[in-house]
Design a protein around this ligand. Sequence first.
Ligand code: ADP
Length: 323
Amino acid sequence: MATSEAIETALRDAAAERARLVRLDDDAITVTVDVAGVKASDHDAIEQAVRGAVEPLRGERKLRIALTAERSKPRLIAVGSGKGGVGKSTLAANLAVALARRGRSAGLVDADIYGPSVPTLLGREGVKPEAENQKLHPVDSDYGVPFLSMGQLVDAGQAVAWRGPMAGKALTQLIDAHWQAKELVVDLPPGTGDIQLSMVQSHKPAAAVIVSTPQDLALIDATRAITFFDKAGVPVIGLVENMAGYVCPHCGELSDPFGSGGAEAAAKALDLPFLGRVPLDIAIRTASDAGIPPAAGDSVQGRAFLSIADKVIDWMEGHGHAA
Ligand code: ADP
């Protein structure tokens, strides 16, 4: 008779982590398959794959397969900034990619109504999500990070005119989707407007990460965003300094067009962890425009994002959010 180990191995090969052997009796094998987030039209195929895998090991035993859709809501990590253009979307996308590379089950929600750029950053411009039971299915990317974006709901430019309730509804569509990911990085619009309010009122994030450039003005705005999350009772994991130090593509010399170390000093003054520094580097912009997140590779730029993700993971593990 086949051992439970042999059956578990066959299940893993057939349905990744979805199928579980829950009982092995003398006369029956009972398997559950978690189909949370899987389209109904694909359920049969998954069940057949599981059946096919166990069939050779079944012997005289009956095979019972139960499809389940238990799903806990993903936890949300908001990425915010005081103002636009500081690289918040770039950081959000690369953080999600880096989390996935570290084995976390991560997805990305692009809630930036002013400039939804995640489809571009993940190389999936123009791809529309499918809906089932009035809920969206996230779109896959090549980087292990499924995503949904405001840019997929409306044409460019339209969302900017939305008033609070419309924006809140759109946010809910993106968050209450058929997610399988366990944690969602949410790229918020800059500042502290309607979307941020809906976010903390209806979909309270587990934590927030704030991005700033090193200039004083950007840091003053970032402080406002930090205060906003503080007041809403959302813990701020820390501050990221983006566009710090310019690496000349010709001579490799490092200069500081926007100053440097400002965010680290501000984090210290605010008693917040400093999560790391991402240099101002043309390679980041060209890769981002080409839909290849630097965090997917092993360049110096990619490592900066991975190191920030490691600090975020440390925080989550320290706060009961294991992988
Ligand atoms: P935000 O979401 O804060 O508005 P983005 O992430 O869209 O900012 O970045 C704005 C622009 O700056 C984009 O063209 C992006 O590619 C570029 N950018 C962001 N971070 C860097 C960086 N560290 N080095 C070079 N270019 C960057």
